[in-house]
Design a protein around this ligand. Structure first.
Ligand SMILES: Cc1cc2nc3c(=O)[nH]c(=O)nc-3n(C[C@H](O)[C@H](O)[C@H](O)COP(=O)(O)OP(=O)(O)OC[C@H]3O[C@@H](n4cnc5c(N)ncnc54)[C@H](O)[C@@H]3O)c2cc1C
Length: 398
């Protein structure tokens, strides 16, 4: 028993060639591959290499820079299929790993910086991670305390980041630092931060892996910087405008993560429908019981609704809608998709009964790996704050 392909919740309809190409790669990596990568805490290098070779990791980069010149809708379709492939968040984080850094260097980097780094980044040789979150700032980025102090033709960086993905293998980190102290609690609190491309694998940097509940094929880390020199030419964009520059890329990131959630939700739903149609208890398939059937039907509709929201956001982005409108749609898509996917993973656990707990079924891996998507890269409470204040016009609640 399977859901008819034309009824599947799909993020952005069509893009059949892209979907088929991703499915062909996915088919080379069975569920056991992902189970082993998780167990051994090993980066899925072969999977990554296949996506680099197919041009998917850089598909939205303009052609003049050596990318594919694709739309965000096409990238969303690609990442939805990655999400639907069984690799869960580990697979998705592998494929989208350098997206934010690439976008920032293209939009804000100097020609010199682009000549120096882009070709190696596009070929997949130079991995760059994203370092924003700090232990004492959390969601309130304005309170980061990692500093970069100008010293002649370089900056000297001191401080700590946390949750930095891929830091074990990456050569560089796109770092958000304070180049000026935080000023007041008003709008100015977000100025004075700067973005720079810093080395990771040098003696002035200490990297410690965080033990995690899941997504162990992709490492997460605490990172300390002790008098790390960064060339002034590695400042990305304008000094003091780093936070505003990040805002430019976060809408795209939210839409793409939402598409990944739809893919993972689809995977959980398809597995559960097949299981419910086959598993016999009390002499009947469990799917014949409304307590099993109704939650699956509910999840189908939640995913379907969320997929429409992702599609609307991606199309608005591609049509060049005003950032305020894209922000409203991107946040809505991220919230609905991550909530729908998490609900579906939970229903998948219940549908599979005790077997959901056996790693052999890979349901638990999806359940665990989907959970942080309600928290990161922006928590769903902060999305509710945004909608309440910026869309509904209510008083700021914090
Ligand atoms: C697997 C994973 C990978 C990550 N990768 C990276 C990475 O590569 N680079 C990077 O920089 N960061 C990364 N992060 C960090 C992630 O962006 C943060 O965890 C996230 O921004 C939340 O910050 P926090 O964990 O400090 O939570 P906190 O800010 O401490 O918040 C704790 C809780 O309080 C809630 N809360 C706080 N303030 C409010 C408020 N005003 N109203 C309502 N609720 C509120 C939050 O929503 C949350 O639920 C990653 C995190 C995870 C789990």
């Amino acid at each position: 028993m399977a859901i008819k392909p034309e009824y599947l919740p799909i993020t952005t309809l069509g893009h059949d060639d892209i979907r088929a190409a991703v499915r062909a790669i996915n088919a080379k990596y069975p569920l056991d591959y992902w189970g082993q990568k998780e167990k051994r805490e090993e980066f899925p290098q072969e999977y990554y290499d296949d996506f680099v070779k197919a041009g998917f990791t850089t598909m939205t980069i303009p052609e003049e820079y050596g990318g594919g010149g694709a739309t965000l809708s096409q990238a969303a379709a690609m990442l939805e299929e990655v999400g639907a492939g069984g690799g869960a968040t580990a697979g998705c984080s592998t494929v989208h790993s350098s997206h934010l850094a690439l976008e920032s260097i293209i939009h804000f980097g100097t020609k010199e910086m682009q000549d120096k780094y882009l070709a190696r980044m596009i070929s997949g040789e130079l991995a760059v991670t994203f370092g924003v979150t700090e232990p004492d700032a959390g969601t309130d980025t304005s309170r980061i305390t990692t500093t970069a102090v100008r010293d002649g033709d370089r900056y000297i960086v001191n401080g700590q980041k946390v949750w930095n993905s891929h830091a074990q293998r990456a050569e560089k980190v796109l770092l958000l630092c304070r180049t000026e102290a935080r000023e007041g609690d008003g709008e100015t609190r977000h100025t004075g931060m700067s973005m720079m491309l810093a080395d990771l694998q040098v003696p002035q940097v200490t990297i410690k892996k965080i033990d995690k509940l899941g997504r162990n094929a992709v490492d997460s880390n605490e990172v300390w910087f002790d008098n790390l020199p960064v060339d002034a030419s590695d400042l990305v964009g304008e000094e003091g405008k780093g936070f505003q520059q990040i805002l430019r890329s976060i809408n795209a990131e939210r839409i793409l993560l939402a598409a990944e959630c739809i893919g993972m939700g689809r995977w959980c739903l398809e597995k559960s429908v097949a299981y419910a149609a086959e598993r016999v208890v009390f002499g009947r398939t469990i799917g014949k019981n409304q307590a099993i059937q109704h939650p699956l039907a509910d999840c189908y509709m939640r995913l379907k609704g969320a997929a429409l929201a992702v599609r609307e956001a991606a199309e608005a982005y591609d049509a060049g809608a005003a950032p305020r409108d894209v922000g409203r749609l991107a946040n809505t898509a991220k919230y609905l998709a991550s909530e729908a996917a998490n609900a579906t993973a939970d229903v998948a656990m219940q549908t599979h009964g005790g077997y959901s707990f056996a790693t052999e079924y890979h349901i638990g891996r999806h359940w665990i790996e989907l959970r942080p998507l309600r928290i990161a890269p922006v928590s769903n409470q902060m999305v509710l704050n945004f909608i309440g204040e910026k869309v509904l016009g209510l008083e700021k609640s914090y």
